[in-house]
Design a protein around this ligand. Sequence first.
Ligand SMILES: Cc1cc2nc3c(=O)[nH]c(=O)nc-3n(C[C@H](O)[C@H](O)[C@H](O)COP(=O)(O)OP(=O)(O)OC[C@H]3O[C@@H](n4cnc5c(N)ncnc54)[C@H](O)[C@@H]3O)c2cc1C
Length: 279
Amino acid sequence: MSNRFEWTRVMHETKRRHLTVLRTELVAPRMQRITLGGADLEGFASLAPGDHVKAFFPDPSVGEIVTPVVVDGRTQQPEGPGEVIARDYTPFAFRPDGENGPELDLDFVLHADAAHSGPAASWAANARPGDPLIIGGPRGSRVPPRDIERAILIADESALPSVTRWLDLLGDTEVVGLFSTLDPATPSYLSGYAADSREFRWFSGEDRDNRVAEALAALEITEGTLVFLAGEAGSLIPLRRYLRRELGLPKEQVDAHGYWKKGEANLDHHAPLDPSDPD
Ligand SMILES: Cc1cc2nc3c(=O)[nH]c(=O)nc-3n(C[C@H](O)[C@H](O)[C@H](O)COP(=O)(O)OP(=O)(O)OC[C@H]3O[C@@H](n4cnc5c(N)ncnc54)[C@H](O)[C@@H]3O)c2cc1C
């Protein structure tokens, strides 16, 4: 099938920004918004819904944030105590002219099982005003094509911040959202985004991923339809296979990203989502 979509890559200045938590808010049962501030946000730019910052968290064993060093152009763990703990987060909103200077919101999923929560989610659950956080990036933005006639957005909780960025960008373009969430109360997260041109379907319960797959298979996907899918990597593989291999859609029309993986800490999202089909 031919490709009618062209994405544009825009690079940004890369620097580490030392920020401070200004406030926190539970915006849905498992979503904690962390508002960060600091003069280092000067010049921050995020142009695309798939953008992410690398956030560096304190290592509890040393009680401070450890950042990597660059040796021969490669980033690596510094010598000395403590470990670099870094995870990827979507810039939910940036306000260059906030009340007390520039502000950046990141929305963190709080893991259901606090005992096995990762360092990023645990940090977000306990963050207090004044706590430090260091971020790097976005290094670049992959700006979506302009001529999207219709979009299908498939996401779990971790990709809902990205979905809000898509909705802002798409305006009154027709959107179908298929959202798989552990907590049936999560739809409140998108309550401010309802519009006649948008249909949001929510799936929770054990078989939610199968129901998303069934709902996707029932949708007509025209040449002008862009499909974004992000969330738990394993659950996206069959959806991506259906879109790319069964329907034969070009890769520019199917924007698929594993944001995390069951049982794996700190998933490398640059690795192919489906190792058996890296294209
Ligand atoms: C481009 C990009 C943008 C992202 N944007 C966001 C965002 O805006 N908000 C957000 O919350 N996440 C986002 N993520 C996902 C986030 O980076 C991962 O969920 C990350 O693994 C969380 O780190 P952690 O320290 O909490 O858990 P880790 O230490 O990485 O993992 C510990 C355990 O928790 C599990 N786990 C990890 N994430 C989740 C989850 N979401 N739900 C349930 N179990 C999980 C792992 O499988 C592992 O067993 C994004 C990822 C990418 C690649």
